[in-house]
Design a protein around this ligand. Structure first.
Ligand SMILES: Cc1cc2nc3c(=O)[nH]c(=O)nc-3n(C[C@H](O)[C@H](O)[C@H](O)COP(=O)(O)O)c2cc1C
Length: 388
C-alpha cells in the first residue's frame, strides 16, 4: 500500500511526500509583485509539512489576471518570487507556480485590458465585450506560457502547474458552450483541445526535465453545453499520449458559470455579493441562487469522477476536492492516485498535515462554509482562523 507520507517522484522532482497545497489565489500582491505576507503564507504552509505548495495566481500576461493586483510573470516579479521559493525550500518543501490566462474570467475593468474569450461574449465583470484572439494572437499566448515557465524556473520554482480548468482561457477553449470558433481551435473536440496540447508541449520543451510540468484539468464544466466528462477523458488521453505532462490534477466547475462545483458545501452568497461592483451586484441579487448553486459537501467529492480518469489513464494523477484527513488520503492512494491536493483545509490550518502525520485520527477544523472564497479580494484567508 502506498504511504502518502513517503517521498515520491513527480517528473524530475522528488517530493518529501504526496501532499500538495492546491492553488488558492492568495492575494497579498497589491502591486502585482510578491510581498512579505505572501512569502509568509507559503512558508507557513511549507512548514506545515506539504511536499509541494502552489503559488497562485501567476498570470502569463497582464490581461490574463482576474484583477490587476495579481502577479503576472515578468522580469520585475522574479526577485520577489525567488525570495518566496527560497523560503519554501528552507522549510523542506518544493514550490509550483500556477501559470495561465484567466480568459473570460479576467476582469477587464480592473486590468484596463480586454478579457479574452474563444468566441464573442459579453463580460458582466468588465461590462464590455471580450476580445476574440485570432490564430496569430493564439500563438502569442502559447509563447506567453513559455515565457512564464522560463521566468518560473529563473525564480527558483520546482514545478509549474498550467491552468486548464474552471473556464479560464484554455478551459474555455475546450467548452463547446464558450468556443464556437470555425478555425483550427474550434468545432471538433480535437480542435477544442488543440490549445491545451500546444501549450503543454511548448512548456515541456522550454522547462521539462528540470521543472515538473503539471496541469489542472476540468473533468467537466458542470453547465449544460459545457465540457462533459467523456470529452475531458478523451482530452486527458491525448495529453497523456503527448507525454508533455508529469501529472494531471483533476478539478471540475467554472469560475464563470458554476463556481460551487469546484467547492461543494455552503454557497457564500451574501459575502460574495458584497465584493461585486454596483451593476453586477444587482444582477447577482436576481441570479445569485442560480450562479452559486449548492452541492452537498462530502469528503473526496470529486472521487467518483476522478476514478474514471484513473481507470483510463496510466499517467500520475492528483486527486483534489474535499481531502482533509488521513482516511481520505489513504483511500486516494488505495485507488491508485499518486498525489492528493488540499486547498481550504490548509487555509484553515496550515499545519494540519504535520498533525495528521503524528496522529492519523486528526480531523480538519474546516467546515467548508466557503466564506474564504470572497476573501480573495482582500487577502485570502479562513474567516474562522483567529487573526494573529
Ligand atoms: C479562496 C480560494 C481561492 C482559490 N483560487 C484558486 C486559483 O487561483 N486557482 C485554482 O486553480 N484554483 C483555485 N481554487 C480552487 C482550489 O484549488 C481547489 O480546487 C478547491 O478549493 C477544492 O479543493 P479543497 O476541497 O481542498 O478546498 C481556490 C479555492 C479557494 C477556496
Amino acid at each position: 500500500m502506498t504511504d502518502v507520507f513517503a517521498p515520491a517522484r513527480l517528473g524530475p522532482l522528488t517530493l518529501r511526500n504526496r501532499v500538495i497545497k492546491a492553488a488558492t489565489f492568495e492575494g497579498r500582491t497589491p502591486d502585482a509583485l510578491v510581498t512579505d505576507e505572501l512569502i509568509e503564507f507559503h512558508r507557513e504552509v511549507a512548514a506545515g509539512g506539504v511536499g509541494l505548495t502552489t503559488v497562485a495566481y501567476c498570470a502569463v500576461a497582464p490581461g490574463g489576471r482576474t484583477d490587476r493586483h495579481q502577479i503576472w510573470m515578468r522580469p520585475e516579479a522574479v526577485a520577489g518570487l525567488r525570495k518566496l521559493t527560497d523560503a519554501v525550500h528552507a522549510e523542506g518543501a518544493a514550490a509550483s507556480a500556477q501559470i495561465g490566462h484567466a480568459g473570460p474570467v479576467a476582469n477587464a475593468a480592473s486590468n484596463r485590458l480586454p478579457a479574452l474569450s474563444p468566441s464573442p461574449m459579453f463580460s458582466p465583470l468588465g461590462m464590455r465585450f471580450m476580445k476574440v484572439p485570432n490564430e496569430f494572437e493564439i500563438r502569442e499566448l502559447i509563447d506567453a506560457h513559455v515565457r512564464a515557465a522560463r521566468l518560473a524556473e529563473e525564480s527558483g520554482f520546482d514545478a509549474v502547474e498550467i491552468h486548464f480548468g474552471h473556464n479560464y482561457l484554455v478551459s474555455a477553449f475546450m467548452s463547446p458552450l464558450l468556443n464556437r470558433r470555425k478555425d483550427a481551435y474550434g468545432g471538433s473536440l480535437a480542435n477544442r483541445a488543440r490549445l491545451a496540447r500546444e501549450i503543454a508541449c511548448a512548456v515541456k520543451e522550454a522547462v521539462g526535465g528540470r521543472l515538473a510540468v503539471t496541469a489542472k484539468l476540468n473533468m467537466e464544466d458542470g453547465r449544460p453545453g459545457g465540457l462533459t466528462l467523456p470529452d475531458s477523458l478523451q482530452i486527458a488521453a491525448w495529453l497523456e499520449a503527448d507525454g508533455a505532462l508529469d501529472a494531471l490534477e483533476l478539478t471540475a466547475g467554472s469560475s464563470l458559470l458554476n463556481p460551487m462545483l469546484l467547492f461543494h458545501g455552503d454557497a457564500p452568497r451574501r459575502a460574495f455579493a458584497k465584493t461585486l461592483p454596483g451593476p453586477a451586484r444587482w444582477g447577482f441579487r436576481l441570479m445569485g441562487r442560480a450562479f452559486l448553486k449548492e452541492y452537498p459537501y462530502q469528503e473526496a467529492y470529486l472521487l467518483e469522477r476522478a476514478r474514471q480518469f484513473r481507470r483510463e489513464l496510466s499517467m500520475p494523477l492528483i486527486l483534489l476536492g474535499g481531502i482533509t484527513n488521513h482516511d481520505t488520503m489513504r483511500t486516494a492512494m488505495d485507488e491508485g492516485f499518486d498525489f492528493v491536493a488540499m486547498g481550504r483545509a490548509l487555509l484553515r490550518e496550515p499545519n494540519l498535515l504535520r498533525r495528521i502525520q503524528s496522529d492519523f485520527t486528526t480531523r480538519s477544523a474546516c467546515v467548508h462554509c466557503n466564506e474564504c472564497m470572497p476573501t480573495i479580494y482582500t487577502g485570502t484567508r479562513c474567516v474562522l482562523r483567529p487573526v494573529r
